[in-house]
Design a protein around this ligand. Structure first.
Ligand code: BTN
Length: 267
């Protein structure tokens, strides 16, 4: 694990109770600087870390975005990755959406800023990217070993720390004109994640999709997207029940799957 902050690991357990039953235990491991919380969580999961293990870091020097992109991660942001052992493969692709909904709702509750979801996995405010979600899965033979959901939110730093990405990005500190309380943000996001993940576990995918439809920034908008190296424009129409996005391109309807689309932006 290429981490310079390993010595600052703090482990604590949060027992989450709703009604009478304990539903999920979070085991949060806090680091100073790591390569990527996603990488650390995957290693822990490969070594047997249990569901609910959360890797949290102050900063990342090789933060990972979707499609092999980098996630610039200065101090002041929220960087966490959650180990899951879902026990079923069907609908696993929706766990990215579970993460995006949790990040959007948690941010609203903790910081009073209400991001939209730019399909498939961006948190945006006024068209600028505030955060992102990534999910990686590990399989053994036919069975799913674990999934790691990573969430990054631009928190207490200025967008100019993001270099070339600064004009397309937003941070909570700039939006709220005050620093956000990162521990509260983390807790709210984990609480929201737990609720949505349990819903997913009970087969309530449609409820997730309905909520996502209400938060989608892209509905009815002109969009541009890259698919297998080709950039295309169209009108984003509908989020389907399976999480794919229907885009009308030159009179024809294309059904985009999240795992195939390199990027998508509103025009
Ligand atoms: C994207 O928008 O492309 C997804 C970005 C996901 C970033 C988070 S930050 C915490 C976790 N660790 C990583 O290396 N990436 C994810």
């Amino acid at each position: 694990m290429s981490s310079t902050g390993e010595s600052t690991i703090i482990v604590f357990v949060v027992e989450s109770k709703r009604g009478r039953s304990v539903t999920l235990s979070w085991l949060v491991r806090e680091y100073g600087e790591v390569s990527s919380t996603q990488e650390v969580a995957e290693k822990l999961a490969s070594g047997g870390a249990k569901e609910g293990t959360v890797v949290l870091a102050e900063r990342q020097n090789s933060g990972r975005g979707r499609m092999e992109r980098r996630w610039i991660s200065p101090k002041g942001g929220l960087y966490l990755s959650i180990v899951l052992r879902p026990g079923r493969v069907e609908g696993v692709h929706l766990l990215t959406l579970v993460g995006a909904l949790a990040a959007a709702e948690g941010t609203r509750k903790a910081a009073g800023v209400s991001p939209k979801i730019r399909w498939p996995n961006d948190l945006v405010v006024g068209g600028r990217k505030l955060g992102g979600v990534i999910a990686t899965a590990s399989t053994r033979g036919e069975s799913l070993e674990f999934v790691v959901v990573g969430i990054g939110v631009n928190g207490n730093f200025r967008t100019d720390e993001l270099g070339d990405l600064s004009s397309a990005s937003a941070t909570l500190m700039e939006l709220a004109q005050a620093p956000v309380d990162l521990p509260s943000l983390r807790s709210r996001i984990l609480e929201e994640f737990e609720v949505r993940y349990e819903g997913w576990g009970r087969g309530e995918e449609l409820k997730l999709i309905r909520l996502a439809r209400s938060l989608l920034s892209t509905s009815g908008k002109k969009v541009e997207f890259a698919l297998r190296g080709t950039v295309t424009r169209g009108i984003a129409e509908k989020l389907e029940d399976d999480g794919s996005l229907v885009v009308k391109v030159r009179g024809k309807r294309l059904r985009l799957r999240a795992e195939e689309v390199e990027w998508l932006r509103e025009l």
